[in-house]
Design a protein around this ligand. Structure first.
Ligand code: UGA
Length: 433
């Protein structure tokens, strides 16, 4: 291993690429991030961070002398020991992952005559690495290594997740290529799982599928709790203390969203189907999640009857707190359903800005969103919502219904404020509606 700083080119300046680049710079490597969007690169060069990710701006600023940004492929590849691929792999209509951005990177690689390793960070179907390997070989780049190094960072905690991961997965065709990528992570205290490329690709998809399965599982338990008078918050606590089960990802709510779970579940389902296997459990996980997003509507019907001309305030729009990401956010489905039923919808989110949710009135404050409302629905558990004076909010509402779609707030407190309260999977509460 050389003692001069390793040079890493990262293709893609999205969430994954920027976090990967910034964290590798923090670990002492020299990093160049390449993207095709000029405005994005210009902003990054000016020191502006185009996404909301806690800690990322500090990290980029602190390591600015080890980080450069470019639009130019040749610039990026010049002297690179590793070429990280961190481009988007969105779903196609068939549910397969769209790998066109990945192939563009592979095909754009110039002739490289030094040792260099292409590292896949993007989430790709099992078998992609082998196809990339063949494509590199066809182009006379047999000496260029290929490694799958999937990412497990979650939005909102990505920097911490990268620097303090539960594990690093390195799947390689050649031992020495894997050694190189494992060595890049020196300074990170985590077990390194070394395996073949296909297994590394599957670890990523299976990890997300396991997490989604837990969410849909607890959401179904929540729905049964509602029907039987049990409280899913207590149930989750009670089962989560079993060490074999563990407490994570047992928060019942309005379903999962985001840029990863919905996309990756479709990709895995499609990957299985393409191989002739019907992945029953995953199909159920996806269906439960779709239905879960709509359950809030049933709760509103229960209290208000028809929703025509009712005023409903959605609190929190991002698919989870601490991000401005609206991709596959349950709030989109909720807003769409409410508008389709003739309700007037207002919304508040502390970070999501400038988004045009057709027909939704965007409010600057929770109080403004809720004024005159018949019901408020807590969709995303932003911590700011714990600071709101709910008694004052209730005074301004037409009908005082509170649906806590994340079981975030204390129900007794809300009832004390005058609300009829519903959570997810909790015994329905009365109150002065
Ligand atoms: C997820 C995984 O957690 C990461 O490990 C993975 O790297 C990433 O996808 C990816 O594939 O790139 P992320 O989508 O950022 O990360 O967010 P999560 O924190 O996992 O939350 C996903 C969704 O599940 C959110 O809508 C959240 O509200 C929901 N969720 C999570 C629940 O409804 N209940 C829970 O108990 C946990």
């Amino acid at each position: 291993m050389s003692t001069s700083p390793t040079r890493i080119a990262v293709f893609g300046a999205g969430y994954v690429g920027l976090v990967t680049g910034a964290c590798f710079a923090e670990l002492g490597h020299s990093v160049v991030v390449r993207d095709i969007v000029g405005a994005r690169i210009d902003a990054l060069r000016r020191g502006e961070v185009p996404i909301y990710e806690p800690g990322l701006d500090d990290l980029l600023a602190r390591n600015s002398e080890r980080l450069t940004f470019t639009l130019d492929v040749a610039d990026a590849i010049e002297g690179a020991d590793f070429v990280y691929v961190a481009v988007g792999t969105p779903p196609t209509y068939s549910g397969d992952a769209d790998l066109s951005a990945v192939w563009t990177v592979v095909d754009e690689l110039p002739v490289i005559d030094r040792p260099c390793t292409v590292v896949m960070k993007s989430t790709v179907p099992v078998g992609t690495g082998l196809r990339v390997r063949h494509r590199l070989d066809e182009r006379g780049l047999e000496h260029v290594g290929y490694v799958s190094n999937p990412e497990f960072t979650a939005e909102g905690t990505a920097v911490k997740d990268f620097m303090r991961p539960d594990r690093v997965v390195v799947g390689a065709f050649r031992e020495e290529d894997g050694d190189g990528v494992a060595a890049l992570h020196a300074g990170i205290d985590a077990p390194v799982v070394r395996c073949d490329v296909a297994s590394a690709e599957m670890i990523k998809l299976a990890a997300n599928a396991a997490l989604m399965t837990r969410i849909s599982f607890i959401n179904e338990i929540a729905n049964v709790c509602e029907a039987t008078g049990a409280d899913v918050v207590r149930v989750a606590e009670g089962i989560g203390l079993d060490r074999r089960i563990g407490p994570s990802f047992l928060r019942a709510g309005v379903g999962y969203g985001g840029s990863c779970f919905p996309k990756d579940s479709l990709a895995l389902k499609q990957l299985a189907a393409n191989s002739g296997y019907h992945f029953q459990l995953l199909n159920a996980v996806i269906e439960v999640n779709e239905l879960q997003k709509r359950r809030v509507i049933g709760k509103l019907h229960h209290h208000l009857g028809s929703l025509r001309d009712r005023n409903v305030a959605l609190l929190g729009l991002a698919f989870k707190p601490h991000t401005d990401d609206m991709r596959e956010a349950p709030s989109l489905v909720l807003a769409g359903r409410l508008l389709a039923e003739g309700a007037n919808v207002s919304a508040w989110d502390p970070v999501v800005d400038g988004i045009d949710l057709h027909g939704v009135r965007m409010a600057e404050t929770v109080e403004d969103a809720a004024a005159g409302a018949d019901a408020v629905v807590l969709v995303t558990e932003w911590p700011q919502l714990a600071e709101v004076d709910w008694s004052a909010v209730a005074q301004t509402m037409r009908t005082k219904i509170f649906v806590d779609g994340r079981n975030m707030l204390d129900q007794e407190m809300l009832r004390g404020a005058g609300f009829a309260v519903e959570g997810i999977g909790r015994a329905a509460a009365g109150g002065a509606a």
